[in-house]
Design a protein around this ligand. Structure first.
Ligand code: NAD
Length: 349
């Protein structure tokens, strides 16, 4: 089987690529990535020489490029993760999100439909999405697969739109699709603009740790390797046309999470207990900041037998260890050094 994985140099995509390349040596995995600021091939150095792995540098917004690679490699399936993914950036520059998340997704759908027309049923377009499409919850309740869409940020609006396009290609053209909507991920290779890696980096360097508002926003957190395992299960065993929610049954207020992180890091760095908490700095809240996300993943658990493999405390501790051990990765990413390097290494096709 030849699988095109888009966005495979990013945070979640790199874990999905590694899992598929190593677990399924008979599959051929093609990783298509534009290598934006968020894409980093250093996430995949351990598997880059594998025979069943190929990297393709390109932009999903470029329909001719997508057509070329479908013609050349004749993919059997697509797992689509490429996206602009940062809510704050979407507030500053919404159009980039419309381009990649909406136009890019439609390009992939159009090309897959065209190339698979003779034997549609043998193929699969699996779209990776977020629970942010469901909007914001009050103190109670959980997002289920039936929760109506109510996106609030340009990021979630663009992801909601891409989900709708994927379903439209299923209903209108019969393209076999699956969608999963996952809660917040954390773990190794996370770009340090996001809450947990940003906080780890700042705590390590004794810099202020910014927390939006009063830190009362609640998120469900899932260890990224557990998300990759869920994608594997849904890809192989999920029902065509269906949507699956993925979450960690693990709700945390932002402030509680940061305090836990501070305490874990004080212990690991041999600092006095409470030292890192003094770095917490409350900053002006994000515009339109959704209060609470919480997700019901019982369909995935009951029907496909998936469940998270680590507790939050374990996953967070592994994540801190990874960042403390991989200082070079962090320095390269924060300095932009690796992007200059890849500009030189990879000519646009
Ligand atoms: P990320 O920003 O770390 O990675 C995105 C990748 O896509 C990068 O490698 C980037 O170079 C690539 N990319 C961006 N624009 C592209 C384009 N036009 N053409 C080709 N490649 C392009 O994001 P992530 O956190 O790994 O998220 C991956 C997917 O999972 C996204 O679709 C996101 O919406 C979804 N998701 C993320 C989370 C989370 O907590 N991070 C949760 C649920 C769902």
């Amino acid at each position: 089987m030849k699988i095109l994985i888009t966005g495979g140099a990013g945070f979640i995509g790199s874990h999905v690529v590694r899992l598929f390349v190593t677990k399924y040596p008979n599959y051929r995995i093609y990783n298509l990535d534009k290598l934006t600021y968020a894409g980093n091939l250093a996430n995949l150095t351990d598997i880059e020489e594998r025979e069943n792995y190929t990297f393709l540098k390109g932009d999903i917004v470029d329909a001719d490029f997508i057509e070329d690679i479908f013609s050349e490699y004749k993919f059997d399936a697509v797992i689509h993760l490429a996206a602009e993914s940062h809510v704050d950036r979407s507030i500053a520059d919404p159009l980039a999100f419309v381009q990649t998340n909406m136009i890019g997704t439609v390009n992939l759908l159009n090309t897959a439909k065209k190339h698979w027309a003779d034997d549609l049923g043998k193929h699969l377009f699996y779209h990776i999405s977020t629970d942010e499409v469901y909007g914001s919850l009050g103190e109670d309740g959980l997002f289920t697969e039936e929760t109506p869409y109510d996106p609030r940020s340009p990021y979630s609006a663009s992801k909601a739109s891409s989900d709708h396009f994927v379903r439209a290609w299923y209903h209108t053209y019969g393209l076999p699709i699956k969608i999963s909507n996952c809660s917040n991920n954390y773990g190794p290779n996370h770009f340090p603009e996001k809450l947990i890696p940003l906080a780890i980096n700042n705590i390590k360097n004794e810099k202020p740790v910014p927390v939006y508002g009063k830190g009362e926003n609640v998120r469900d957190w899932l260890y990224v390797l557990d998300h990759a395992r869920a994608i594997d299960v849904i890809f192989h065993e999920g029902k065509v046309g269906d949507t699956y929610n993925i979450g960690g049954v693990n709700e945390w207020k932002n402030l509680d999470l940061i305090e836990l992180l501070c305490d874990q890091m004080d212990e690991k760095l041999g600092r006095e207990k409470g030292h890192s908490r003094s770095l917490i700095t409350f900053v002006k809240d994000r515009a339109g900041h959704d209060l609470r996300y919480a997700i019901d993943s019982s369909k995935l658990m009951d029907e496909l037998g998936w469940k998270p493999s680590v507790t939050f405390e374990e996953g967070l501790s592994k994540t801190v260890d990874w960042y403390l051990e991989n200082t070079e990765w962090l320095e390269n990413v924060t300095s932009g050094h690796y992007r200059d390097y890849y500009e030189e290494q990879y000519e646009r096709r």
